[in-house]
Design a protein around this ligand. Structure first.
Ligand code: MG
Length: 388
């Protein structure tokens, strides 16, 4: 059977986001992860919004339904439904929610799908019943059975991706009769006696799965650097990264003179293209006399967040001849991570000396250097530019 292509077809998509994404290492659903200024889910929605697809059903888990609704509210023609215990149950729930002529099923964790791939799967489903995005296998694949390794002919092997497009009536029939476990929709379709057809996918159309997939810098990342030095004197506390050290001398300054926190603040401000701490918190202003630098750091974080950035990571070095800092560094990292609301892994602090040379080496000063990466976050105004 072929569709009469003179009649406009109702083409819809089901985007499956109901998994827990436990392999991602994230504390939240990976479809809510930011890539530049957009979430993983928004990236997919934007790609579909440039195609013939007229309606999207997003299938999600109960825990994420509020977050998903807030993202999808910026788009037209989207329905959000609850998924089931397995991927197949979630897909079936999505399929039932919106009857149409041709339906595409897409993994929410494939944000780099292109409109061209989407259109190819639609064309193939209209012409041949189905269109499964797939790319030729790059690696040589081995099958291991009972310890015996068998090489598979690579020319015959493809990696299936999504979207996978089907005539609605056929994939509904296949799901209604599906028994057992399936890893994709083409397998469900095949199990009901239909023959899936492949179309050219794209190697960029990767499924975000492991922690490494989420730590790569984005196009909207910015680097920052900060440096500070304070004189060591008697009668002052020595505070580094918000932690008070047991030492006979302390750092002299208008605030608590936490040289490490000052360098980190300047790195963050520099990356966000904001004025430095000398401008924001002048040492002529009595409001900052003796103030905890951790309090100022929280204000800096507020400025950076308002500017639309989140912290990727911070790397800092304290340059001091005395005291020995190694035992206290875990406490310093914890203190800074807690003030900034980030993980310990996102803030590294190391220590070095100057081999007894110069002002620092003679024990008269401590300096600190910090670098950071900021990643652009999505903002409410930018959420609307992917409208259908
Ligand atoms: Mg300073």
């Amino acid at each position: 059977m072929k569709y009469n292509t003179n009649v406009p077809l109702n083409i819809a998509a089901v985007i499956v986001c109901a998994g827990k994404g436990e392999r991602s290492g994230l504390a939240y659903n990976k479809i809510l992860h930011l890539i530049g200024r957009k979430t993983v889910l928004e990236k997919s929605l934007d790609a579909f919004s440039c195609t013939r697809v007229k309606h999207i059903t997003v299938v999600t888990a109960e825990d994420d339904i509020a977050a998903v609704r807030s993202i999808t509210s910026a788009y037209d023609d989207i329905t959000v439904v609850l998924g089931g215990a397995t991927r197949a149950q979630s897909v079936y729930a999505g399929l039932k929610a919106y009857p149409c002529d041709v339906v595409l099923i897409h993994d929410g964790a494939r944000p780099f799908v292109s409109p061209a791939v989407i259109e190819r799967t639609v064309d193939s489903a209209i012409e041949r019943g189905s269109g499964i995005a797939a790319v030729p296998c790059v690696d040589t694949v081995k099958r291991v059975r009972n310890g015996k390794v068998q090489s598979m002919p690579r020319a015959e092997l493809f990696n299936a991706q999504t979207p996978q497009a089907f005539r609605y009536a056929e994939i509904m029939d296949a799901y209604a009769r599906a028994v057992g476990t399936f890893t994709d929709d083409a397998e469900v379709y095949e199990s009901a006696g239909y023959s899936p057809c492949l179309v050219d996918g794209e190697y960029d159309n990767v499924k975000l799965t492991t922690p490494a997939d989420f730590t790569a810098p984005t196009k909207s990342s910015r680097i920052g650097v900060g440096f500070d030095l304070h004189r060591l004197v008697e009668g002052r506390k020595l505070i580094l990264g918000g932690v008070t050290l047991d030492y006979r001398l302390g750092l002299l300054g208008h605030s608590d003179a936490d040289v490490l926190t000052h360098a980190i603040m300047d790195a963050l401000l520099s990356a966000a293209d904001l004025p430095d701490i000398g401008v924001l918190f002048p040492d002529t202003d009595d409001r900052y006399l003796g103030i905890s630098s951790i309090t100022l750091l929280k204000q800096v974080l507020g400025e950076v967040t308002r500017k639309g950035y989140g912290i990727g990571n911070i790397s800092a070095v304290v340059i001091a001849q005395q005291p020995k800092l190694a035992p206290i560094i875990p406490d310093i990292r914890r203190s800074l991570a807690s003030a900034l609301g980030i993980c310990i892994k996102q803030i590294n602090v190391s220590a070095t000396t100057t081999e007894r040379l110069g002002l620092i080496g003679e024990g008269n000063a401590i300096a600190a250097n910090a670098s950071c990466i900021l990643n652009a976050l999505s903002t409410p105004t930018e959420n609307t530019d992917g409208k259908h």
